[in-house]
Design a protein around this ligand. Structure first.
Ligand code: FES
Length: 100
């Protein structure tokens, strides 16, 4: 996990948090992160990810449309609110986009 240029290792367990956005807000006190509350519409919970496995590697629900709306074509960029806390994230590298 990378936040403000610093690297952290976070341990959690399946379903401890509703999704990755909620986990990141809790761990890093990110004020402007996740403004729509996890609906997948605001794109304020952007993260760059690598090492995600399984079904979590696929974008679904509102994620493709929201990323397309902001002009994002980078496959490694995801909405943290659309990533559930499952074993698919074990060992994943996640970088929080700098907040404006
Ligand atoms: S919290 Fe709004 S898109 Fe993720």
């Amino acid at each position: 996990m990378v936040e403000s240029g610093n690297t952290f290792s976070i341990e959690t367990f399946e379903n401890e948090y509703r999704n990755l956005m909620v986990l990141l807000k809790d761990k890093f006190y990110l004020d402007l992160f996740g403004e729509c509350g996890g609906m997948g519409r605001c794109a304020t919970c952007l993260v760059r990810v690598s090492g995600i496995r399984g079904k979590s590697a696929l974008k679904n629900r509102n994620e493709p449309a929201t990323l397309s709306k902001i002009g994002c074509t980078d496959n490694s960029v995801r909405l943290a609110c659309q990533l559930l806390i499952t074993h698919d994230l074990d060992g994943a590298h996640i970088e929080i986009f700098p907040q404006e």
